[in-house]
Write a protein that binds this ligand. Structure first.
Ligand code: HEC
Length: 147
């Protein structure tokens, strides 16, 4: 049974080496997918009239935006700087509208955030990536308020 700790140790070292590799190349696709996921879920919450849930997803989105802000460069693209100047301001005004509780203001700020996503795709040569509003719910999740 002495082999077990040795096995665990080598598995641990393997993971450690993987972690070091992941640091060299920022997880741009993973970060972008998460932006899209949380923005879509936020938008479905707003459509369902559930601002409490929208607020929850705003926090998740904020954390993902912070990850994007921390990516100094992806290839030659200054992702952090562009995210800070293009996306963070429209996101913050969305967040303020959610806190204010006015669904119409939230919907219009949501469109502003989507424009920011696309503005950065344009600015970085990825204009073919067009984020568009979608009311379809592909998730095994009910976005409606509980009562
Ligand atoms: C720094 C500018 C920038 C901002 C801001 C930005 N993106 Fe991106 N996005 C990119 C770049 C660059 C790529 C291509 C990444 C690659 O080549 O791996 C990309 C790729 C993507 C993809 C393709 C990956 C996939 O899973 O299909 C999606 C979706 C995406 N972005 C969604 C968003 C959303 C949603 C927002 C706004 C909440 C956003 N992006 C904001 C620069 C940006």
């Amino acid at each position: 049974m002495k082999a077990l700790p040795a096995l665990l140790l080598s598995v641990g070292m393997g993971l450690g080496a993987g972690g070091a590799l992941a640091q060299d190349e920022p997880d741009m696709i993973g970060t972008m997918s998460q932006l899209q996921l949380f923005l879509h879920k936020l938008s479905l919450s707003v459509d369902a009239g559930n601002l409490d849930l929208a607020d929850f997803y705003a926090h998740e989105l904020e954390e993902t935006i912070e990850v994007a802000e921390s990516i100094e460069y992806y290839h030659d693209i200054p992702v952090g700087r562009l995210t800070g100047s293009l996306l963070t301001p429209t996101f913050e005004s969305l967040e303020a509208a959610i806190d204010g509780g006015d669904p119409e203001a939230v919907k219009s700020r949501l469109r502003g955030v989507i424009s920011s996503c696309n503005g950065c795709h344009e600015a970085t040569g990825y204009g073919f990536l067009r984020i568009a509003p979608s009311e379809a719910n592909p998730y095994m999740q009910d976005f409606a308020p509980r009562d």
